[in-house]
Write a protein that binds this ligand. Structure first.
Ligand code: AMP
Length: 203
């Protein structure tokens, strides 16, 4: 490469968003809109696991036993899936991480994976929704989604408990890096998306 070309070379940096919030907060819906607006790749570990289940893989069968009870699958399983997807999409404008990281160990692993590629997380955006509203939304979703884990109130409560016990510390992980912003997750899809877009554009 000529010296001049080298000096003009600007490494492009990715827009990497963690969309955070409890089950039923609206992460999937808002991810779809973010993909359309910013051309990002959507990485939902829940969707990736459900695809493994649909294909009847060994990983899927093992994961299903835990997912049907509302329990998190082991960190190594989801970290491996994310690592694979990052490698497969090297030219992406960026990623939306949806439902990942769900533990501090996953957040640390994600930082390492991105740093090894010269990238990092741009910011975490948390959707704030109260527990009662979540239960209500998930039971409603269960009527259409066909997801076993949305249909059973006990499993829904277990998922919310897993979130409160294991996932909420992930917010502090990003807060300590000054990358945390929360938005109100109650309102119309458009209102919430406007809030998320405003945060994204300020990153
Ligand atoms: P979701 O579609 O994000 O609500 O995830 C559905 C289920 O998949 C969860 O209740 C967990 O059992 C499992 N799961 C999804 N993502 C993760 C993750 N990052 N870590 C551990 N388990 C996960």
């Amino acid at each position: 490469m000529h010296r001049e070309a080298f000096l003009n070379f600007q490494p492009k940096s990715m827009l990497n968003l963690v969309l955070f919030g409890p089950p039923g907060a609206g992460k999937g819906t808002q991810s779809q809109k973010l993909i359309e607006k910013y051309g990002l790749i959507h990485l939902s570990t829940g969707d990736l696991l459900r695809s493994e289940i649909a294909q009847g893989t060994e990983l899927g069968l093992e994961a299903k036993k835990l997912m049907d009870q509302g329990i998190l699958v082991p960190d190594a399983v989801v970290i491996g899936m994310i690592s694979h997807k990052l490698d497969a999409n090297r030219d992406a404008a960026g990623f939306i991480f949806d439902g990942f990281p769900r533990t501090v160990a996953q957040a640390e692993a994600l930082d390492q994976l991105l740093h090894s590629k010269g990238e990092n997380i741009s910011g975490m955006i948390a959707l704030e929704v109260g527990d009662e509203e979540l239960e209500h939304r998930l039971l409603l979703r269960g009527k259409n989604s066909g997801r076993a884990d949305d249909a059973n109130p006990e499993v829904i409560r277990k998922r919310i408990k897993e979130y409160n016990d294991k996932t909420t510390p992930v917010a502090d992980f990003y807060r300590s890096q000054n990358k945390f912003t929360s938005v109100n997750g109650i309102g119309s899809i458009e209102e919430i998306f406007d809030s998320i877009s405003a945060v994204t554009e300020a990153l």
